[in-house]
Design a protein around this ligand. Sequence first.
Ligand code: NBG
Length: 848
Amino acid sequence: MTTTGVWSADKAGFEMKRKSSFSLLDATAVRPAPNVEGQDGNRMERLQQLMATYEPNDPESIQKSFARHLEYSLACTRFKFTMQDAYRAAGLVLRDRLLESLNDTNTYYREQDVKRGYYLSAEYLIGRHMQNAIANLDLEQQFKEAFEDLGMKLEELFSEEADPALGNGGLGRLAACFLDSMATLQLGDGCPFEIPRPDVTYPVRFYGTVQDTYENGKNVSRWVGGEIVQAMAYDNPIPGFDTYNTNNLRLWRALPSKEFDLDAFSSAQFQDAITQRRKAEDLSAVLYPNDATYAGKELRLRQQYFFVSASLQDLLREFIKRPNYKWEDLPEKVAVQMNDTHPTIAVAEMMRLLVDVQKLEWDRAWELTRKCLNYTNHTVMPEALEKWPVEMFERMLPRHLQIIYQINGIWIQKLLQRYGDGPIIAALSIVEEGDVKKIRMGHLAIIGANKINGVAAIHTEIIKKETFPEYYKWCCDNGDPNKIVNMTNGVTPRRWIHCANPALSEIFTKYLGSQEWLTDMNKLKEMLQYKEDPKLHEEWIAMKKGCKAKLADWLKSTMDLEIDQDALIDIQIKRIHEYKRQLMNILFVIHRYLELKKKSPSERASFQKRVVLIGGKAASAYVNAKIIIKLINNVAKVINNDPDTKQYLKCAFVPNYCVSAAQVMIPASDISEHISTAGTEASGTSNMKFVMNGGLIVGTMDGANIEIREECGHDTMFIFGCEEHQVAGISARAQEGHYPIDNRLQAVFDAIRNGKFAGQAEPEAQSEFESIISRLCNTRAAGTWDGDRYLVIHDFPSFIDAQAKVDETYKNRSLWCKLSIQAASSMAQFSTDRTISEYAKACESRTT
Ligand code: NBG
């Protein structure tokens, strides 16, 4: 999947009527026309006239357009249609407007001759489109009036939309926030309701062989045979906010290269034809197959190559179409951002397209490739730096393996010249030696990229120090230490404040006198002058109350959970991973429960009420993550049904966590947990969303927490746990057995071991829970160390202290409210508008 956007800010935005909001373009406004000089500009003049104006956006016209789509596009009658039909018809009304804007934006980009940014990502967690599209097109009022007049609430329409789950976690959601900012900043090209483009298809080959020949004095390689699959484009327009820009998110669907051969129906090849079709469709049917198996791994590499090849063929076609462009202009016109290692086969594919297809010399092609591609690293977990067995590569992508070997050969020569033979050569080689020889995609990316970036300040330093230390040394030795740069993540305030929390958006707009803060979050700093204003406090508390009421309704209807809306709402939502320490959170909940049980009823009455919600998905093959989810569910069952405590403490694992769930949960939180072991979370982005909504953070000195704390003030964050530079020493001591277990944690372990949360009723779960605890307590004395790798035991006592401080601070409601306003008003740094501007600037100041 790719998205295209304009990268260079200075070129976009002036001549046409760009900055005016969409709804101001009435039906009489004339649409921009491309410069058709030299072409047959008069062709179908009448048709051109008919298409030269916009669909009108007043409520009545919206109603008419809706009625038309309901009957003529969806074949409903006025007597018989469902809410789902109504949602789809309203979606088509919007799609019409988005198409106008998308087409005009493309005309404009072409005319302006802008540089295009292509974001190559296997994941886009875009969430529901409709509400966001209406807000970004500035059509909220008109849609509201139009549909209310028809007897429909917009919220009912919105809830009909499925949440497109095109991703796993932060990396996929970040890509979606980037789309919003690229369109809003008038930097890019983007998506909401899909448009199939059978006219945009590319062949993608797998397997086959390479024929090497010598022609006209040159070595020529030809990749032949194998299987060909067609990649067909599906466009998703992404509108910016308060701008007429609409960008394109282009997704790719795999189709068999030859459509069903009817003759085959009567022949023995029938089965073959079906197999071919299924094999092609498997490619784009499911995101991220379980890659614990060899077949899963192979399908994943096939998926990656499929979308990368289609996207690069597409961008080169766009470039070649322009007769005035020369190859040396490519880096001026094209910037490709590789989102993690998933699309990094792009390095070899770009070389193949330039050398084999476009017939460029190797050195020239390499220079262009390296100037166009950039790579973002999103994690320090070594397992996420993908490596593919050479044998798999050789079968599936034989020409790419050759190219990678050639890139590596030249690279190793350079290294040998500088360092001589030694361990640094093996460390920096793209090929990993061993029982199974592998291609290291992270290495391919850094060698083939112009810039490499981390996603928060601490993470970027860790990349230099630990993830790619030898490579960083090479950059420094070559006088290019700025090759690895930091681009702290962000989130879009349009979705995460304006759409997710309309009441908060209204407060900001009311106090600041305009909506400008939505495109310039620095404006929110003006809210700081009111942080102790009792009037604002009243409105702020009412806003939180409203969000909690919505959350309570949602929890009741989705999981039949009842919560006390006056309780402190404590949320941890993110992928389930041991480094993120959901385990520590649930151990703390057990501790809190045990403490409550010890108290008399009158003592309990002064205890701070809490609702702890934990949500998130786990990779399908991740066994420990699943045990942790089971533990959370079992603990919830006990606590929520204990008559002594259930008034004071509730806990739940929220199923099916997704963008829409986040939009309900985040605005309602008082605190959220961002408690990864220091040095493990690259950035985190939900931390930013929570704070923008007035939630405070319980967190470690990790990822973007550190920068958020600097911006918002140290008093707004409840920090605990060891720091990154202490981790190695603590781990070493833990392995040697010098690892005291706090009494309170010991009591939690005892409760689990005694069967409080599984016991004889669930012997399998009981033994899984015990095994998790035993592992935490393991020292090297018991064999190879597989113990408390993420320092749960070490950080637990200070976690309890931080939580106690939360309770104490929360008692003082006006202090809490002040901190909440202070934090939410200081988040300008964490808008993706800032992040995207930095990416755009970095692309302009390219290194050689
Ligand atoms: C995630 C990190 C987060 C980070 C997001 C976005 C992956 C592989 N990484 O810390 O774990 O916020 O990327 O950069 O999803």
